[in-house]
Structures are given as structure tokens and as C-alpha cells.
Ligand binder design. Structure first.
Ligand SMILES: *Cc1c(COP(=O)(O)O)cnc(C)c1O
Length: 365
């Protein structure tokens, strides 16, 4: 048996002729920065998520960084971030000279616990970054209520949540802005690095467009110290093709998730909890086990690939050593890091393989 965690090549092969046609057309156009392919993808992704604007960017981290800057976060500010996220969420705050202030997640959904946010708000708090971790939507209504009450901004990190819905509406236009990564392994993935920001706020969209292009709206007129964070047109051409298949591919992920949820129900593993207001995108299917490392080894021996998202929480990384946080300070994030295991999931994983994964897990416990 050989079941990889994710087979990116299989996704390419499935759409090969459509992708190659679109990418070749882009290459042959003679236009390699911005242009029609980028405009077309931005318009269709904005439409897909239900936002007024989509600004194509270089990757998800740059999207978070430019998003925070456009929302007014700067030197000395504080940004509320989940304690259990990919480090990019924290790094974006650090890039702005702001301090990431971790808040522990709800222990059942692994997403930012709204009840723990207010105790961390100070006069310096400028924004909250809500991450839709594993493709499970965060509980946006209470988060937005708290932000409005305190006059702070909400940036959503949608890197794992393309197509996920919160209370029947796709992630993309709830908060002040949403950032997206199209890293190859995401639900909507490019063939290299790519990202975007969606928003309903005209000023935020205009600001991010200016910042991504050297702080310039008009060629050689630079109004701010901007960056080069543009979306590559060949990637945009590929993303336009893949966007048309996103719902169908997410439906396959959902089917794999259903097989796991049913098959693993009586194993004692902690399975994903899906609140009734959530329609996850199933970027990851994560189980918790106190014998996680042993389980992962046994599955590997049977040919089943799994990954750990993420083994070290940001506050215990060398990158944040200067914050002086020690083990035990964020116990939920630390427990998740020790117990979390991501099972194989992806649009090209067959249902038969999902049943085989279930059997392999049962034999490994
Ligand atoms: C992938 C990811 C990012 C970073 O995206 P890149 O495109 O790799 O920069 C940020 N946040 C989360 C939650 C992610 O999963």
C-alpha cells in the first residue's frame, strides 16, 4: 500500500490539457506582469467568494503583511493572533513592527475562541487576525462584534479555507479583508507561490494595489514605500482554470472527510468537530491522539503518509524567543502541537484509499 499525504502531480494531470492551454496562451501573449490573466482571475475570485475586490499578490504571507499595513497596523501596535496557527500569521504582525498577541483556541474547533479575545485587548490593539484553520471557518459573528465594540479591524487568514462557508456564506467578505494563499498544496493552488486579498472596502483594495506595486498608482510616481508583491500572470491563468473545479474538488474532500468521520467514530481518536453553522473546505482532516508519534510511525510502515500541522507552536519557535514565552504558557496550542495528526486528504485521493486509511489506522491503534 502506498497512499501519499497529498499527490499534487495527480491534480495537475487531471486538468493537464486545460492548464497547459491557458498557461501557454499566457506565455505566448508577450505580457508578463499584470494584464488580462491577472484581471480575469481577480474578477472571478472576487465573484466566487462574494467580495467586491480581489487584489492578486505574490503569496499568502505578503497578503497578510500588506493587509495589515492597509488596515493601519504599524510600529508599536498589537495584533491578536491565534496561538495555534502557521507562523505566517504572526510574522505578518512582526513585519509591521507590531507585537503578535496570542489567544488560545476553542479546544473543540481549534479556531480562535471569541470568549478569550477581550481579556487581551489593550489601548494598543489595532487588529485581530482570525485564521480559518484546517478549512474550518472561525466563529466570525462574535469576533466581529468584539472588534466593532473596541474599534479594531479584523483580517481573516483564508489560506486554508477556499470555498468554506460561515453561516451559509463563503469566507471572503465577512471581516475588513481576507487574505488568501495559493501555495500549491492549498485547496486552490498554483504551480508556485501566489496569493491575494479580498475585501469589500474600496480604500483597502486601493491601498493594497498601490503597495503591491512599489507604492505606486501611476508609473514612476511613488506615494508610499511599497513592495513588489504582484501576482504572476502565468499563475493567474492556471488559477482561473482551477477555480472552475474548486467546488467539485472540495466536494471530493468532503466525501473523504465523511468516510474518515464514520470509519473512525469508535476508535477513541479525537475527530474534527463541525459546528452546525460551519461548512468546512476540508483543507486538512486532523485527528488528535496521545500516542500521535507512534501512530504516525505505524501508518508510515503501512505506506500511509501523514503530516503534522504544526509540530512547534509559534511562541516556542526560535523566531519568537525574544518574546520570552516558555513551555506551559499556551497549553492548548502546545497540546495540539503534541497530538495533532493530518490524515491523507485531497481531491485525487480515491474513496477506496480513504477506506484503506481507516483500516490501517484501526490496525495501528
Ligand atoms: C499557507 C498559509 C499561509 C502562508 O501562505 P504562503 O502563500 O505560503 O505565504 C498563511 N497562513 C496559513 C494559515 C497558511 O496555511
Amino acid at each position: 500500500m502506498s497512499i501519499p499525504f497529498l499527490d499534487l502531480r495527480a491534480g495537475y494531470v487531471e486538468l493537464q490539457s486545460e492548464l497547459e492551454e491557458a498557461m501557454l496562451r499566457s506565455l505566448r501573449s508577450g505580457w508578463y506582469i499584470g494584464g488580462e490573466d491577472v484581471d480575469r482571475f481577480e474578477a472571478s475570485f472576487a465573484d466566487y467568494v462574494g467580495a467586491k475586490h480581489c487584489v492578486g499578490l505574490s503569496n499568502g504571507l505578503d497578503a497578510l503583511h500588506l493587509g495589515l499595513r492597509a488596515l493601519g497596523v504599524g510600529e508599536g501596535d498589537e495584533v491578536i493572533v491565534p496561538s495555534n496557527t502557521y507562523i505566517a500569521t504572526w510574522l505578518a504582525a512582526s513585519y509591521r513592527g507590531a507585537t503578535p498577541v496570542p489567544v488560545e483556541p476553542d479546544p473543540r474547533t481549534y479556531n480562535l475562541a471569541p470568549t478569550r479575545i477581550e481579556e487581551k485587548i489593550t489601548p494598543r490593539t489595532k487588529a485581530i487576525i482570525a485564521v480559518h484553520l484546517h478549512g474550518q471557518p472561525a466563529d466570525m459573528d462574535p469576533i466581529l462584534d468584539i472588534a466593532r465594540k473596541h474599534g479594531i479591524k479584523v483580517l481573516e487568514d483564508g489560506a486554508q479555507a477556499h470555498g468554506a462557508e460561515y453561516r451559509g456564506k463563503r469566507i471572503g467578505g465577512h471581516g475588513d479583508a481576507v487574505t488568501w494563499s495559493y501555495y500549491p498544496g492549498k485547496n486552490l493552488g498554483a504551480f508556485g507561490d501566489a496569493g491575494s486579498l479580498t475585501t469589500n472596502d474600496d480604500a483597502v483594495a486601493d491601498s493594497v494595489r498601490m503597495l503591491r506595486n512599489y507604492g505606486s498608482r501611476e508609473k514612476y510616481v511613488n506615494v508610499e514605500t511599497g513592495y513588489n508583491c504582484r501576482l504572476d500572470p502565468v499563475q493567474a491563468a492556471a488559477l482561473s482554470v482551477k477555480l472552475k473545479h474548486l467546488d467539485a474538488w472540495n466536494a471530493r474532500r468532503q466525501r473523504i472527510a465523511a468516510i474518515y468521520t464514520e470509519g473512525l467514530a469508535s476508535t477513541g481518536l479525537v475527530l474534527p468537530h463541525v459546528p452546525d453553522w460551519a461548512t468546512p473546505a476540508w483543507h486538512l482532516y486532523v485527528v488528535l491522539s496521545e500516542q500521535r508519534d507512534e501512530l504516525q510511525r505505524r501508518l508510515q510502515a503501512k505506506g500511509v503518509g501523514t503530516l503534522i500541522h504544526y509540530p512547534i507552536p509559534p511562541h516556542l519557535q526560535g523566531a519568537y524567543a525574544s518574546m520570552g514565552m516558555s513551555r506551559g504558557e499556551l497549553p492548548i496550542a502546545e497540546r495540539l502541537a503534541a497530538q495533532t495528526l493530518s490524515l491523507p486528504i485531497g481531491p485525487q485521493l480515491t474513496e477506496d484509499d480513504a477506506y484503506r486509511v481507516v483500516e490501517a489506522i484501526k490496525q495501528s491503534l
